[in-house]
Design a binder for this molecule. Structure first.
Ligand code: ADP
Length: 443
């Protein structure tokens, strides 16, 4: 500013001297007036040029000015550049913040002070079926039409979360969402949604499991306590007493098998993966399974177990001198469950064939029986815990309803799978299919 005033005064003094020297006092006044007008015009032109530059030119443009105007221009330029950078930083931080909320596995919906949707992330849209183009500033209660949510929204405080059905839920696919409102700012609310479908499923499974185990244990316990009461109340003949004791022993065995299978399952679920260094001799394993199967066949037919003459037609193919890498006790229990099922569900005189073989990719154990077979609708659920097609046959023959669940688990722990093929009236084939990398050929 001082520089401009100094420039103006210099022009005026110079004009006064020149005007006074040429035409006296009047000349000096005229020259000062002309010089002042010229200076004002020059100022106006320069200001206009500055304004034009501010409006049109990019901030990185080099200024070809001189003197005080160059300094003014440069200062303004620096200030504007700083402002522009601060705005860009702010925008970047805002975008980072939005991306972080987008990356959240939970739904985030921002509501204004009237409960209208201002913004929501993709997860929130998917959970509640919102479309931000269409639903922006729509009231949340008009869009989430779950009575549980409406009631929850109407409450004054929202300390706890509530569970509602997700938008994508169908009759066959149950999606459960946990939602909670949090107040923030001036009357605004943050709605958080969380998909708890798998938690809810796990909870339902746990409840079913406890109910099934209780049911399985209650039945033999009721039978046993009935016999105990009878024996306490009525004096019995010796042969009748023996019969009752025999029936009680059957029920006790049933509970023991159930507890043993439950322990096996829990060990499989919680245990470390099987060690690959351990070698299982398949011919030796097959020999044990075969003699157990023959003994079971004899016992189930009601014969003397020492007689050991099976009532089924067994064909166990000889196994090559192979070893398998895995946990022997697990593989034995998986194979035994399949073979004992074949024996238990195939009527006397039926044929049961078992063999180990391998192809390019897999090492397989398979057992085929000529039993009643299983209807196709049961096959997908057969390896669920306590799922039974023939409940009474399972009970009569000491089944726990856990055999196939154990076999499937063991197969999976060894990188394989349980496959089931069956045709009603023709028989069934159960196979354990392991990756060929589990095979170790001896010699
Ligand atoms: P369980 O102890 O009841 O045999 P599993 O898990 O071993 O339990 O088998 C589940 C159900 O699958 C059985 O209850 C039975 O109905 C059916 N099942 C299993 N193996 C056979 C088979 N070889 N033939 C016919 N049905 C079978």
């Amino acid at each position: 500013m001082l520089v401009i005033v100094f420039e103006f005064v210099s022009w005026a003094v110079l004009a006064a001297i020149v005007g006074g020297w040429l035409a006296g006092l009047l000349g000096a006044l005229v020259f000062v007036f002309v010089a002042a007008t010229a200076h004002i015009c020059l100022l106006a032109w320069r200001s206009n040029r500055l304004l034009h530059w501010l409006r049109k030119t990019g901030l990185d443009h080099t200024l070809n000015w001189t003197g005080v105007w160059l300094e003014i221009g440069q200062r303004i330029q620096r200030l504007l550049q700083q402002r522009e950078k601060a705005t860009a930083d702010l925008e970047q931080r805002f975008q980072d913040f939005l991306q972080a909320i987008q990356a959240s596995p939970n739904g985030v919906i921002l509501l204004d002070d009237e409960g209208r949707i201002e913004w929501c992330n993709d997860t929130g849209s998917a959970h509640l079926g919102l479309d931000m183009q269409r639903d922006h500033l729509q009231h949340i209660v008009h869009l989430v039409r779950d009575p549980v949510f409406s009631k929850y929204y109407a409450q004054d405080t929202h300390k706890a979360e509530v569970v509602i059905d997700g938008r994508a839920a169908t009759l066959s696919k149950n999606i459960k969402l946990s939602v909670q409102l949090h107040a923030y700012g001036e009357g605004r609310q943050l709605l958080l949604t969380r998909d708890i479908t798998s938690l809810a499923q796990a909870d339902a499974m746990r409840r079913d499991f406890v109910a099934n185990v209780s049911h399985e244990i209650r039945t033999p316990l009721t039978v046993m306590s009935g016999f105990v009461e009878t024996m306490q109340a009525i004096p019995l003949e010796e042969d009748e007493r023996q019969r009752y004791l025999q029936m009680m022993s059957v029920q006790a065995e049933r509970m023991q098998s159930l507890v043993a299978d439950l322990l096996t399952l829990s060990q499989l679920e919680g245990g470390l993966p099987p060690r690959v260094q351990d070698r299982i001799s398949l011919p030796e394993l097959m020999g044990q399974v075969q003699s157990d199967a023959m003994a079971l066949s004899a016992v189930l037919s009601g014969q003397d177990s020492e007689d050991m003459s099976p009532v089924h037609d067994f064909k166990f193919d000889p196994v090559e001198d192979w070893s398998m890498m895995g946990a022997r006790s697990e593989i034995l229990s998986a194979v035994s469950n399949l073979v004992s099922n074949a024996v238990r569900y195939t009527p006397a005189g039926g044929r049961i064939c078992a063999r180990w073989y391998c192809d390019a990719d897999d090492l397989c154990f398979t057992v085929t029986d000529s039993g009643p077979g299983i209807a196709a609708e049961h096959l997908p659920r057969l390896s669920e815990r306590f799922y039974r097609v023939d409940r009474s046959r399972s009970r009569e023959t000491g089944g726990t309803g856990l055999g196939l669940a154990i076999s499937k688990h063991v197969a999976q722990r060894h990188g394989g799978e349980l496959r089931i093929e069956s045709v009603v009236g023709k028989g069934s084939t159960f196979s354990l299919v392991f990756p060929i990398s589990r095979l170790s050929v001896v010699g």
